[in-house]
Design a binder for this molecule. Structure first.
Ligand code: NCD
Length: 393
């Protein structure tokens, strides 16, 4: 079976740990592995802006002795002439051994993987998922905190359109961490992520009012959802109407993961998100908190904390190379990871429904992607490409 990575669910917990263990070995001397992928060619197809993801993938391939061809400017690629993604991917796949794709439409990587004989790696598909950023985030967390279970991680910023938090929330909860997702009302974690999290055995989501953080966030309208296993969940109501005051005073947060407002994805009118600064980090729950950010940062983290030892985002970005080296070794078939013993649950196909998400690959211009709608037990019918709720048609 070809080794695609289109969503974080494609890798079991054991596989994630296996990749991080391999990255630890590679990291000891990045120059010592230049023969591992000699003769391999990677195609990086980036139809959206990128600095870190593309360059760290390319650095990773080059460090392993492989070579790269790249298309990074949508305006000069055939997409600008109206070529469909499936045609472009078929061609690039016929030139290379492995394709790394970034695309503005949600579900694009899954669609591309259907048209490629070789592995396809999702380097970000619209506002959907960004699984390789999650590898980097988890790896940074493990190196900074020494473990990946039983951590309390606050996700903060634009959680609606920021794809990195979607993949990260899934991986963290699956690994036994609790998350506190804090965002303004219209920027909270999307339904497709929350539903997926609470389907996990023993996991509950509680909408809570964080009443003692006004000082930190300096505005009233941020809301929090705490998602964790039943026994570590804060006391509180299960619905928004039933929201209970939730105090962070007696808790300590192991990491805060900050994201920028994704203005290019329609995250509403430009606005400044509350800034994470020195004052924030001196409040009780954050005294020992490390700060992560997938970058680029815009204004949401004040430069004054860059020199604070708790600011881990530059160390995190550097880890993008060894963890992607590990991923490339696996995807190229050079390295095996533990297989998941339990196959993932398959959704039951649902007919007569249609995806209405304008940013889904099904609505992508020039492409006729079949509607594929499915339902997991206890959930609504969802588009199998972008995971947004599908409507009867
Ligand atoms: C992120 C992305 O592209 O989703 N960046 C990255 O890959 N490091 C986050 C962002 O752009 O805000």
């Amino acid at each position: 079976m070809k080794r695609d990575l289109v969503a974080i669910q494609d890798l079991s917990n054991a596989a994630l740990v296996g990749l991080m263990d391999l990255a630890d070995t590679l990291q000891r001397d990045l120059r010592a592995h230049a023969r591992e992928l000699g003769g391999f060619l990677m195609g990086s197809l980036f139809l959206e802006p990128s600095t870190r993801t593309r360059l760290s993938f390319e650095a990773a391939m080059a460090r392993l002795g492989g070579r790269i061809i790249t298309s990074s400017d949508p305006a000069t690629s055939s997409a600008a002439k109206g070529e469909t993604l499936s045609d472009t991917v078929r061609i690039v796949d016929s030139y290379v051994d492995l394709v790394v794709l970034r695309h503005p439409a949600a579900g694009a990587a899954r669609w591309a993987a259907r048209h490629a004989g070789g592995p396809v790696i999702n380097a970000g598909d619209g506002a959907h998922e960004h699984p390789t950023q999650t590898l980097c985030d988890l790896y940074a967390l493990r190196r900074e905190r020494g473990k990946l279970n039983d951590l309390s991680v606050m996700l903060y910023g634009d959680l609606r359109y920021g794809r990195t938090t979607h993949s990260l929330a899934r991986a963290l909860v699956r690994m036994g961490c609790s998350i506190i997702a804090v965002a303004e009302d219209d920027l909270g974690l999307p339904d497709f992520v929350v539903h997926d999290l609470v389907r996990q055995p023993g996991c509950v989501a509680r909408h809570v009012v964080v009443d003692d953080m006004e000082d930190v966030f300096r505005r009233r309208d941020v809301r929090a959802v705490a998602i964790s296993s039943e026994d570590t969940a804060p006391a509180g109501g299960e619905t928004e109407d039933d929201a209970q005051p939730f105090s962070l005073k007696d808790r300590s947060v192991d990491a805060i993961y900050v994201t920028r407002l994704q203005a290019e994805r329609g995250a509403g009118a430009p606005r400044a998100l509350p800034i994470l600064d020195h004052r924030f980090l001196t409040s009780q729950p954050f005294k020992e908190t490390i700060v992560l950010h997938p970058l680029p940062r815009v204004t949401e983290i004040a430069a004054e904390i860059d020199s604070d030892p708790r600011a881990a985002y530059f160390r995190q970005a550097a880890l993008g190379v060894p963890i992607r080296m590990a991923l490339l070794m696996w995807a190229s078939g050079l390295y095996d990871l533990p297989l998941d013993i339990t196959p993932p649950e398959e959704p039951e196909p649902v007919s007569g429904h249609r995806c209405e998400n304008p940013s889904c690959i099904t609505r992508h211009q020039g492409e006729s992607v079949p509607e594929e709608v499915g339902r997991m037990p206890g959930d609504v019918p969802r588009c199998q490409w972008c995971e947004e709720e599908a409507r009867p048609c």
